[in-house]
Design a protein. Structure first.
Length: 226
């Protein structure tokens, strides 16, 4: 799961990023509202943690404009300002939840997971995605093929989860990069091919199947009936 944190306090942003990455998330960070808006509209995120008071566009404006553009990525708004009016305005502009600083990190993680579960249910998804005999459990980050548990690295799991949630749909290499890797990734985009090959060695070769199909020039598709 990939998150965007828009927070101008660099110490808070760094601490939140470290903590969320330790929880298994991929995290991008923006330190002002204009960069946050650009990253939110250019990238693919499962959730946005959005500070209210930002240089450039503030959190209210970013949230309002994303919703006006038809982007319903879950938004958890953070602010040092306390008060019912600020909370009401945040929710009215389209935020899904609201957390006042200083906050407990476990509470932040719990709110994020709760919002993501709610969003997945709204899309007809749950914490568990089943594609044929492959079970991908997002909550525990476990993968089963039949009765066998498959040992995956964090990045391998993220790539598989991204494909599994879009099973039957052709997904481009760029879409996988946007949805799984950090926004500022400047390495070789062929890294996607490396991870798909690793997944095939673990999911396909031992079982004589071809669950992840390559469509030359188009991308990859995960099949439920290889």
């Amino acid at each position: 799961m990939k998150l965007l944190v828009v927070e101008d306090d660099r110490k808070i942003a760094a601490a939140v990023r470290r903590g969320l990455e330790a929880e298994g998330f991929t995290v991008d960070v923006a330190h002002d509202g204009d960069d946050g808006w650009w990253m939110a509209t250019e990238g693919v995120y499962d959730l946005i943690v959005l500070d209210l008071m930002l240089p450039g566009r503030n959190g209210f404006v970013i949230c309002r404009d994303l919703r006006a553009a038809g982007d319903w990525t879950p938004i958890l708004m953070l602010t040092a300002k306390a008060g019912d009016l600020d909370e009401a305005e945040g929710l009215e502009t389209g935020a899904d939840d609201y957390l006042t600083k200083p906050f407990s990190f476990p509470v932040l993680v719990a709110r994020i997971r709760s919002l993501m579960r709610r969003a997945q249910r709204g899309r007809g998804l749950g914490d568990t995605t089943v594609v044929g005999d492959v079970i991908v459990d997002s909550a525990s980050r476990r993968v089963l093929v039949g009765d066998d548990e498959i040992d995956l690295t964090r990045r391998e799991f993220d790539v598989l989860e991204f494909l599994a949630r879009r099973a039957g749909t052709t997904v481009s290499k760029d879409a996988i990069l946007d949805g799984v890797w950090e926004f500022d990734f400047d390495g070789n985009p062929n890294i996607v091919e490396v991870y798909v090959a690793r997944l095939r060695r673990k999911l396909d070769e031992p079982y004589g199947t071809n669950r992840i199909v390559t469509l030359r020039g188009a991308g990859y598709r995960m099949e439920s009936s290889p």
